[in-house]
Design a protein around this ligand. Structure first.
Ligand code: 6PG
Length: 247
């Protein structure tokens, strides 16, 4: 794989600005090539960092197809829902057609297996038949990194770290509440054209150094290594970057 491209900014504001430019560039490249832009979002602090896309005339919202890299298994109006968070921070403020946002099927909240299967089918519908495309190739997947090094809902030591087949899987034992979640697997994340982590604030500094300087520890965030020609990016602020050994 290509080495990760580290983009470090003096402030979170500059990071937000540059992230918006980056997303717009990825969007343009995708739309020029195939007339649509496939992107996956995460929860946590990420949605707020996308505010540079609001009122941005370069964003072609009607050509976006949005999925969630992970989602908590709760109703869509539950405060824990990543969809709710993304809607509050972004989608309610921009002209994106509702049908372009792929939320979980809440009629299946009681059956994790069915729920994750249904979300996998949603991906298959977008990315053609599973047989034709072994794995989907997202134009962009945006991820956060938790204080334990997790990303999406891929947690340290969890059996899902070695999943090689499924596109979407579920967990019932998330150490970060709520416990029930669905998540993209590594094969999906690592087949994307671009994967970008966004990490800001001093709270990320120790873990960022572990993940980037010591990938051999195999923390979940270190296992994100898009296959060539996919590219991994890190958008971080100075506080998060403070403990990196790399120049
Ligand atoms: C979730 C998120 C999760 C998040 C990381 C980082 O559903 O919990 O998708 O994977 O991105 O936990 O969260 P913070 O950005 O809030 O630290």
């Amino acid at each position: 794989p290509n080495p990760p491209a580290l983009h470090s900014f003096q402030s979170a504001e500059l990071l937000v600005e540059s992230l918006a430019l980056f997303v717009v560039k990825a969007q343009k490249e995708a739309i020029d090539r195939k007339g649509r832009f496939t992107i996956a979002l995460s929860g946590g602090s990420l949605p707020k960092m996308l505010k540079g896309l609001i009122d941005n005339p370069a964003v072609k919202w009607d050509l976006w197809q949005v999925f969630y890299a992970d989602e908590r298994v709760v109703p869509l109006d539950d405060p824990d829902s990543n969809h709710l968070l993304c809607s509050q921070e972004l989608f309610s403020k921009v002209p994106i057609p509702k049908e372009n946002i792929h939320a979980i099927d809440v009629s299946l909240l009681d059956d994790l297996e069915e729920l994750s299967d249904a979300y996998e089918k949603e991906l298959i519908r977008e990315f053609a038949q599973k047989d034709a495309a072994r794995f989907p190739v997202f134009d962009l997947i945006l991820l956060g990194m938790g204080p334990d090094g997790h990303t999406a809902s891929l947690f340290p030591g969890h059996p899902l770290l070695t999943e090689e087949d499924r596109w979407v899987a579920y967990i019932e034992d998330s150490p970060k509440p709520p416990p029930k979640r669905i998540t993209f697997t590594y094969p999906v994340i690592n087949h994307a054209a671009r994967v970008a982590f966004v990490a800001a604030g001093a709270g990320k500094a120790d873990m960022l150094s572990k993940v980037l300087d010591h990938p051999e520890e195999g923390l979940p965030s270190s296992r994100v290594r898009p296959v060539y020609p996919g590219q991994l990016y890190w958008f971080v602020d100075a506080q998060a970057a403070a403990k990196l050994e790399l120049p």
